[in-house]
Ligand binder design. Structure first.
Ligand code: URA
Length: 200
């Protein structure tokens, strides 16, 4: 059994927060173990909870279309969420739930070892760009510890308000170039101060 499969088992048995009580399935994430890009969303919705797979509803279909736009399929990338269990009525994840799930996400990233992490929405952005505003930093890559972090709006935003679609499409379209530039991307170590983060 691979270390990632072991982690999925650990997540399936996890009772670290109250979300474990009402879930149908845990939704650890899926994709190739050596994926170059990891997409991190917010948390499972109804369909994800039913199927135990991330991004299988409407937002997932849009994510697949966006990936297609840059010549990728969902099988080429790793897709997961900040929290691995559905929150009741899809409410926002609570800080203690995000904190309880943090070791799972951290271990997942460690095992996959991606070159690039794309955060989808403010909850996954907050994890890597604390205190930043998504409207200020979306579409701007930063590097830390050899990984490129790239914040984007959540695809669900475009489902609620069509005007976000163009922004999301433009940010997604930049991903191949960001990956190609790799080494030339500014390091985030100098931008640890949240006040500075909100400036770029
Ligand atoms: N939205 C998310 O953030 N994650 C999913 O898995 C599905 C919808």
């Amino acid at each position: 059994m691979s270390a990632l499969t072991e982690l999925y088992e650990e997540i399936a048995n996890c009772e670290r927060c109250i979300l474990s009580q009402a879930r149908t399935n845990t939704v650890p994430g899926e994709g190739p173990e050596g994926a170059e890009i990891v997409f991190i969303g917010e948390g499972p919705g109804f369909h994800e909870d039913q199927q135990g797979r991330p991004f299988v509803g409407q937002a997932g279909r849009l994510l697949e279309e966006l990936l297609e736009g840059i010549g990728l399929t969902r099988e080429d990338v790793y897709i997961c969420n900040v929290i691995k269990c559905r929150a009741p009525r899809n409410r926002d994840p609570q800080p203690e739930e995000i904190e309880a799930c943090k070791p799972h996400l951290d271990r997942q990233i460690e095992l996959i070892g991606p070159r690039m992490i794309v955060t989808l929405g403010r909850f996954s952005m907050e994890r890597y760009f604390p205190g930043a505003k998504i409207s200020h930093i979306h579409g701007q890559p930063r590097k830390m510890g050899g990984i490129i972090y790239y914040p984007m709006y959540h695809p669900a935003a475009a489902l609620h308000q069509r005007r976000w679609l163009q922004v999301i499409e433009e940010d997604m379209a930049k991903i191949p170039q960001v990956l190609a530039e790799g080494d030339g991307i500014a390091d985030m170590e100098v931008l640890q101060d949240p006040k500075q983060l909100s400036l770029f």
